[in-house]
Design a protein around this ligand. Structure first.
Ligand code: SRM
Ligand code: SF4
Length: 569
């Protein structure tokens, strides 16, 4: 437990920026108008995150620009919030057009069911955000110290349950959306309304918003394809006799940590009780406001909800939430997860409509000479009368396809080579990589551009021992922040320095146990050297039905990590 004095030292600089920003206005508008630089002011870079916009620069040419005494090659990443990952074909076409007109000709499907456009120049930001808003999508609160994109299982395993859970997802996203009019004034109107900030009110967040980002997921067992336990707040749907009875509530998950800093660690959430569907909003708000009032505002490295809970204890946290909502949570109910992966290929919902889950390597939708993925999806969007679903595994579902359009969509899928068609290995189909270089300012090493090649080599080993279709989860990130949730993968590869990765092993296949460090600072050749014998041993020595992560623990490669605070031990 910590005392009040320990929690209230000097606020971090970001706290002061938020507080004096007039509800997220800052000097963003002036910065956008300044044509003498491709950048905006450093304070404003903190504020634009709340508007879904990150300033970045092309790190591939940073050194050369410095040599030529030029300013960095600044551009912006726009993150588009898509609650539950569902958008219309028309919205897909808008994002696709913007990718060509203002971005780098690619669409990135993120690990949180959102879109990202990279490489947008300052002068094109307002026009892009405007068009996104016209399509009824938004970028507000896609980033920043607020509730981010609320995510939910994308594949309607049981369509009617999915519809209900998706509706709850949207209600949460709406309820926890910031109320400031700054977004509208800056991006839509292009002018600050006189006295606008005096009319603003943030009933949930207040002037300083949250101490740190906040993330919510809803999962429908048996699929844990949203990694619900990696979230600050989670809702696990409990289905009884074919109906949605309510949700188990989970709190205090998160992935980010720093290498060599044991006070930071990934943590899986605790399951703390059960709520009825009509209690969800009140409980979500109570969890958020508890974190607002008690989260660490002086040290951003320890500001996530997981640290508030570690510091004060889960019993204290539950009591605080219950006192805010005015009722006691019921005991949690039994549930069972089977996997974190996507259900590839065709599936039919209980509503009779078809869904096709496509594998999009690392979520990067682009055209290459051999693989016209972006063109193919564009052609599908033109004729599709259902929806598109972004998965938290960076994949895409063409959802709710009517029987009458199925054949035409199938033909486009085949013409553009979009379907896996059984070609990909089980490990690749269960792989994730974060963006990292060249756009991510925090990357210590490659990730998205590196993992496909590592998988090519791993597949030789895997094929050699007959494991091609075995599912093994592998996730790579270019730094320890954990954007591809690497500590929840059976094999985690985490960047430490250029071409140096820590290898983590031993997470559960269903996302209910973290992994642990196996070997530090390996180059790509060493990754192969370390992993190949373990994979071969798995092929010959595993028990019936034993998962790779469980095997690495049974054989003593790593110890089981039962709780986040044991991660570094
Ligand atoms: Fe992330 C920061 C990309 C999901 C933990 N993340 C970043 C930034 C914005 C870098 C920055 O701050 O300058 C990256 C932009 C890279 C780029 O060029 O696009 C970035 N994060 C991503 C995405 C795009 C990875 C991807 O390849 O899909 C994901 C976007 C999700 C979305 O749509 O909202 C993404 N990030 C995650 C996740 C996974 C999740 O939420 O399920 C995590 C781990 C879970 C968690 O939050 O604990 C994650 N990102 C971080 C952190 C560490 C937070 C922490 O608590 O320590 C940072 C750094 C920070 O916040 O200071 C970060
Ligand atoms: Fe960037 Fe690190 Fe996130 Fe990868 S994990 S996108 S390198 S912040």
């Amino acid at each position: 437990m910590i005392s009040e004095t320990e929690t209230s030292p000097k606020p971090s600089p970001v706290e002061l920026i938020k507080e004096s920003s007039n509800y997220l206005r800052g000097t963003i508008l002036e910065g956008l108008a300044d044509t003498s630089t491709g950048a905006i002011s450093s304070d404003d870079t903190q504020l634009t995150k709340f508007h879904g916009i990150y300033q970045q620069d092309d790190r591939d040419i940073r050194r050369e620009r410095r040599r030529q005494k030029l300013e960095r090659a600044y551009s912006f990443m726009i993150r588009i919030r898509v609650p539950g990952g569902i958008c219309t074909p028309e919205q897909w076409l808008v994002i696709d057009r913007l990718a060509s007109e203002h971005a780098n000709d690619t669409i990135k499907i993120t690990t949180r069911q959102a879109f990202q456009l990279h490489g947008v120049l300052k002068g094109n930001l307002r026009s892009s955000v405007n068009q996104i808003n016209k399509s009824l999508l938004t970028t507000i609160a896609a980033c920043g110290d607020v509730n981010r994109n609320t995510i939910c299982n994308p594949n309607p395993y049981e369509s009617h349950i999915h519809e209900e859970v998706y509706a709850v997802t949207n209600r949460i996203a709406e309820h926890l959306s910031p109320r400031s009019r700054a977004y509208h004034e800056i991006w839509i109107n292009g002018t600050l309304a006189a006295g606008g900030e005096q009319k603003d009110e943030e009933p949930i967040y207040g002037k300083r918003y949250l101490p740190r980002k906040f993330k919510i997921a809803l999962a429908i067992p048996p699929r844990n394809d949203v990694d619900v336990l990696a979230h600050d707040l989670g809702f696990i749907a409990i289905v009884e006799e074919g109906s949605l009875a309510g949700f188990n509530l989970t709190v205090g998950g998160g992935m980010g940590m720093d290498h060599n800093k044991p006070t930071t660690f990934p943590r899986l959430a605790d399951v703390i009780g059960f709520v009825n569907p009509d209690q969800v909003l009140a409980v979500a708000e109570a969890v958020v406001t508890t974190q607002r009032d008690f989260g660490n505002r002086s040290n951003r490295k320890n500001a996530r909800l997981k640290y508030t809970i570690e510091a004060r204890g889960i019993d204290w946290f539950l009591a605080e939430v219950e006192s805010r909502v005015g009722f006691t949570l019921k005991p949690s109910r039994p549930f069972n997860f089977e996997s974190m992966g996507d259900r590839y290929g065709w599936s039919r919902g209980t509503n009779g409509k078809w869904n096709l889950n496509l594998f999009i390597e690392n979520g990067r939708v682009l055209d290459t000479d051999s693989q016209p993925t972006r063109s193919g999806i564009r052609e599908i969007a033109k004729i599709h009368d259902g929806d598109f679903r972004l998965t938290a595994n960076q994949n895409l579902i063409i959802g709710n396809i009517s029987e009458s359009r199925k054949a035409a969509i199938e033909a486009l899928v085949s013409r553009h080579g979009l379907s896996d068609g059984g070609k990909q290995s089980g490990i690749r189909l269960n792989s994730l990589a974060c963006v990292a270089l060249p756009t991510c300012g925090l990357a210590l090493a490659e990730s998205e551009r590196m993992l496909p090649g590592i998988l090519d080599q791993l597949e030789e080993v895997i094929d050699g021992c007959g494991l091609r279709s075995d599912e093994i989860t592998i996730r790579m990130t270019g730094c320890p922040n954990g954007c591809a949730r690497p500590y929840n993968a059976e094999i985690g590869l985490v960047g430490k320095a250029p071409n140096r990765y820590n290898i983590y092993l031993g997470a559960a296949f269903d996302g209910t146990r973290l992994n642990k460090l196996y070997h530090k600072a390996n180059n790509t050749a060493e990754i192969l050297e370390k992993l190949a014998p373990i994979i071969r041993a798995y092929a010959s020595e595993r028990r019936e039905g034993e998962r790779f992560g469980d095997f690495t623990i049974r054989k003593g490669y790593v110890e089981a990590c039962r709780h986040g605070n044991e991660f570094h031990n």
